[in-house]
Design a protein around this ligand. Structure first.
Ligand code: PAF
Length: 279
């Protein structure tokens, strides 16, 4: 596995790979890799001849008072994980490399970034879209891989790629869960043993959403109320949102007909946990 800290090196390695006619996959990450990331890397290895994993804790997607400083950065362990999972190149730039100049250009995806996480994290998706556009321009992958756990992020990136005619495919892979249902997240590390146990109720609320939908309930308010009931039982938890939205437009749905996303965000101790179910 190769390692690059500069844009020039990534470009020259990928250029040679592309000249050889190989398909290039990119897995963008902020490191602190877990089984969810491993599943993305493995999927990329399956689909592509050459897999780049980027590891960069992107400052522009964190708001004031969020966990940018404390975000885990176990780079040695991450490199080992990438190598084992079959990555060919890790791109681990510094903030200076990615944002050295006075950046005056930002990417704002409208509408889709306003609901759900957009309400409490203004500017977050602008930072995500901009860093992903930069990574796409640097690596020039044929395919980029994202997790369903960050459903709104995946929808925003897909839309940016479509609207700006970026020549790549976006693949969204299923959420990887702990045996009790908790979605894997680098932020689960922030939870105490007790909070970790309580956090499993987040998935219980999503399972309830699925169960009610499958039983034929179409009134979103009724399902949300049942989900809230479960989430209220999380000791020390604070519900940020529980919503049922259209899976493409992210607009709130009253009467469920087509594809929907049941989405929740809960603050629990130092962690803000999000999860969703696509139905
Ligand atoms: O999902 C993440 O880890 C980040 O938001 C991403 C896509 C790597 C952009 O910094």
């Amino acid at each position: 596995m190769e390692f690059a800290g500069t844009i020039e090196l990534v470009r020259s390695v990928v250029k040679a790979v592309k000249i050889a006619g190989k398909r290039v996959g990119l897995v963008p990450t902020m490191g602190a890799l877990h089984a969810g990331h491993i599943s993305l890397i493995k999927r990329a290895v399956k689909d592509c001849h050459f897999v780049v994993v980027s590891i960069f804790v992107n400052p522009t997607q964190f708001g004031a008072g969020e966990d940018f400083e404390n975000y885990p950065r176990p780079i040695e362990a991450d490199l080992e994980i990438c190598e084992k999972a079959g990555a060919d190149l890790v791109f681990n730039p510094s903030a200076e490399v990615m944002y050295g100049g006075e950046g005056l250009t930002w990417i704002t995806v409208e509408k889709l970034t306003e609901p759900l996480c957009g309400r409490s994290r203004p500017g977050h998706f602008r930072g995500v879209a901009t860093i992903c556009a930069k990574l796409f321009n640097i690596v020039q992958p044929d395919v980029a891989y994202f997790g369903q756990k960050d459903a709104q992020q995946a929808i925003v990136i897909r839309r940016m790629v479509a609207d700006l005619d970026m020549p790549l495919e976006v693949v969204v892979c299923p959420t990887v869960r702990e045996p009790d249902g908790l979605a894997l997240s680098s932020r689960n590390k922030y939870l105490s043993v007790e909070q970790r146990r309580e956090a499993a109720k987040i998935y219980k609320s999503l399972a309830k959403c699925k169960e009610m939908r499958e039983a034929g309930v179409t009134d979103a308010k009724q399902i949300i109320a049942a989900m809230r009931e479960i989430l209220r039982q999380i000791a020390g938890g604070q519900i940020e949102y529980v919503e049922i939205v259209d899976a493409e437009t992210l607009e709130q749905v009253n009467e469920i007909k087509g594809s929907i996303l049941g989405a929740v965000a809960v603050r629990l101790g130092p962690a803000r946990l999000i999860d969703n179910i696509l139905l």
